[in-house]
Design a protein around this ligand. Structure first.
Ligand code: BMA
Length: 340
């Protein structure tokens, strides 16, 4: 066993399948019966993808991007006994504002779900005179209180760290434009109260390797380890048939996460299966959450596939850390604190 430790609450029932024989490349493998969520999962929702899940009261809970039959995405709550078979509420999440009035953004997509101290936070992309980050909190998954938007437009792909760092909440985000952004780096912002955000830092830019040469964006909430924050993110390359989204891995400095300690030059997973290569937007895999256990080292990674399905993949903590470190290539901007 390596000396590196995962620092997280124990989750004994992480969804799991053993590594298949003959696996090549990065030590990460797909669930054999993927996709775990197929088309038309509930009335008026054509596709669920790019969604985030968490352990909750011995079972699992999640926030799901449901593309309604009118094409507009919104966020739905889902429940699961085993993290694999999910049932969904038929109604959209009923957010309210801090004064108790109902709040329903015109659209909401790519939700993440992160527990910080005793509160669960949902972070997503919504309209704020352009695409921007929305945020809400809940303690019981019944009452959802929408918070101030952290940033002005345009920004997508935000995810909180699962604990405060140096006394502040820490949020990764990807400034963008209002379209299918052909650029994008990951930034870090801090807040003492989730209202005022600052101390913005550049974390990492698009990669020098071709699979992430157009843009990158945050994915699952970073996992704390004794060697830094393990981050699964997405990287995009451009082809004559459009963008291809793959999953990458990096390890950020524990105390100053705007410094990248290790960044894997190879993708960890790239579209290969029918449900990743064929769909509403083909050749997209988009990580949004992990369920992980420090005792067993099991990590289950949830990702959207082809903007149509949810896929599940597995890896072992020691193996993925070793692979990222062994194949790490850092650029100058990775190793800077990211303040100019
Ligand atoms: C990005 C986001 C994601 C989506 C991806 C591929 O810009 O909108 O929700 O999965 O494009 O279409």
């Amino acid at each position: 066993m390596s000396e590196t430790k995962m620092i997280a609450p124990a989750v004994e029932n992480v969804p799991w399948q053993e590594r298949p024989e003959g696996l090549k490349g990065a030590p990460i493998w797909r669930y054999r019966d993927n996709p775990i969520i197929g088309r038309n999962p509930i009335e008026n929702v054509a596709r669920i993808f790019n969604s985030a899940v968490m352990p909750y009261e011995g079972k699992f809970i999640g926030v799901f991007r449901g593309e309604q039959t009118n094409g507009v995405p919104y966020i739905y709550l889902g429940h699961s006994e085993d993290g694999i078979r999910w049932t969904f509420d038929e109604e959209k999440i009923p957010f309210e504002d801090e004064e108790g009035r109902p709040f329903m953004p015109p659209y909401a997509y790519d939700p993440r779900l992160v527990k910080v101290e005793d509160t669960y936070y949902i972070i997503w992309c919504q309209d704020f005179y352009g695409a921007s980050i929305g945020m809400a909190k809940t303690t019981d998954f019944k009452k959802f209180i929408r918070l101030e938007n952290p940033f002005i437009p345009y920004n997508r792909n935000a995810v909180l760290f699962p604990r405060k760092i140096n006394g502040n909440f820490a949020l990764l985000s990807r400034p963008s434009d209002s379209g299918h952004t052909p650029f994008g780096d990951i930034f870090l912002s801090e807040s003492p109260d989730l209202v005022y955000w600052g101390k913005h830092r550049h974390v990492m830019g698009k990669g020098s390797e071709w699979w992430e040469s157009v843009k990158i964006g945050g994915g699952a909430a970073p996992i704390e380890t004794s060697e830094g924050w393990l981050m699964f993110y997405h990287g995009v390359s451009s082809t004559c048939n459009g963008f291809v989204y793959s999953i990458g891995g990096a390890i950020l400095d524990l105390k100053q996460p705007s410094i990248v300690r290790y960044r894997c030059e190879n993708f960890l997973l790239t579209p290969e299966e029918w449900y990743e290569e064929r769909g509403f937007v083909s050749n997209v895999i988009f990580p949004c959450a992990t369920i992980h256990d420090p005792e067993s080292g099991k990590i289950a990674l949830y990702y959207g596939a082809a903007d149509s399905y949810v896929g599940l993949a597995f890896t072992k903590f020691d193996e993925i850390m070793a692979y990222i470190k062994e194949h790490s290539v850092l650029t100058k901007s990775d190793t800077e604190p990211g303040r100019r």
